[in-house]
Design a protein around this ligand. Sequence first.
Ligand code: ADP
Ligand code: MG
Length: 384
Amino acid sequence: MSAGRGEAPRAGVREAAGVWEAPGRVNLIGEHTDYNDGLVMPFALDLTVVAEARRRDDGVLRLSSDGAEPGRETVRLEVADLAPGHGPRGWTDYPAGVVWALRAAGHRVGGAELRYTSTLPAGAGLSSSAALEVVTALALNDLYGLGLDRTELALLARRAENDYAGAPTGIMDQMASACCTEGRALVLDTRDLTRRDIPFDPGAEGLALLLLDTRVTHAHSTGEYGRRRAGCEAAARALGVRALRDIGPGELADALGRLGDPELRRLTRHVVTENERVARVVAALTAGDVRGVGPLLTEGHASLRDDFRVSCPELDLVVAAALDAGALGARMTGGGFGGSAIVLTEVATAAAVTGAVERAFAEASLGAPVARMARPAGGARRLA
Ligand code: ADP
Ligand code: MG
C-alpha cells in the first residue's frame, strides 16, 4: 500500500492540463456568528494557492507543494485507499480530503497530479487550508467535467476539512475563497448560504485596510472556542429558538431579561448586535460611506472583547494603538485569542498607524506584528 509514502520532489507537472488558483480571506465583520446561523462578511485577498494539475487515469493521486512540511513535499496516494478517520496525516489531508469528499458524494473522480505553489502564509488565520481545498476542488471539477457550481464545491471542500482533515470549521472560508469577487465583500447568510456582493474598495476612497498579524496564538483558543459555541447553543435553547440568529435587535432586551446566566446574556448580546452590525456595514457601503464602516469595526471589537471575551492583550493593543494614531476603526478578525486585526485608515495616515502599532508592541516587549495591505480580490479561478 502506497498511501502516505513520501517521494523525492520532482520539478513541474508534465503535460499539465491546466492551472487554477484560490485566495485566502479576511472577515470584515460578522465574527462568531457562523455557528449561530448568522451573517458573515469576508473578502478575498490577493494572496493565493496556485495548482498546476493534470488528470491521471491510473488511480494515483500525486500531490506536491512548496509549502509542505519537510520530508512530505511530494506524496503519492491511491485514490481507492482514501478514507477519513485515521488521524492527521499532514498537509495532504486537505487536497486528498477533497478527492475523498467528491467520490463519497458519488462524483466520478479518479487520479490526478497536482502541484501547488503559494503566496498565502499558512496558519496565519488567512484560511490557507480552505484555499488549498478550493483550488483542488475547482481543478478536479474542470479536469473531470463534473459541472458543479461554486456553492457545491465549497460544501465539498468544507466536508474535506471537517470530516477528512478533522478541523471543525464553518462554511465561511470555503465560500469566501470560491465565491468572492474583486472590489467587493461577500455577505453570506450561513443558514441558507444565500449571498450578496457588496462593493468594498477602500483604495478608491483614499483609504487603506491594514491587516496586522500579531503572530501570537494562545494555547487555550480551541477549548475556549468550544465553550463559546456551547454557550450560544445553550442560550438558543433557553430562548426557544433554533439559533441565536433568530433573535432580532428589537427582541434583544426581552431575550436578555429571560436569560438568568450573565455569561449567556453576554454571548447573546454579542451575536445579536454583531448580526446587526453586518447589516449596518452593508447599509454604509451601499450608501457609498466607506468611512462610516470604521466606527462599526471598533464597536465590533468592543463586543468581542467585553461580551464574547475572545480578544487578548495583543489584539487589544493593535486596536488601541491604531485608534490613538488616527485610524477610522479597528477590530480583531477571526476566532480570537491571537491572530490578526484589521484597521481602516486614510491612506495618508496608514504609515503612521502601522508605525504606532509597531512602537506599542516594542514598548510592551512583544515581537513585531506583520503588517499587510488587504485589497479585496477575486475568488478562485482558472488561470490557464
Ligand atoms: P489557516 O487556514 O488559517 O492558514 P490552518 O491551520 O487551518 O490555518 O491550515 C494550515 C495548514 O494548511 C498547514 O498546516 C498545511 O497543512 C496546510 N497548507 C496551507 N497552505 C499550504 C500549502 N501551500 N502547501 C501545503 N500545505 C498547505
Ligand atoms: Mg484554516
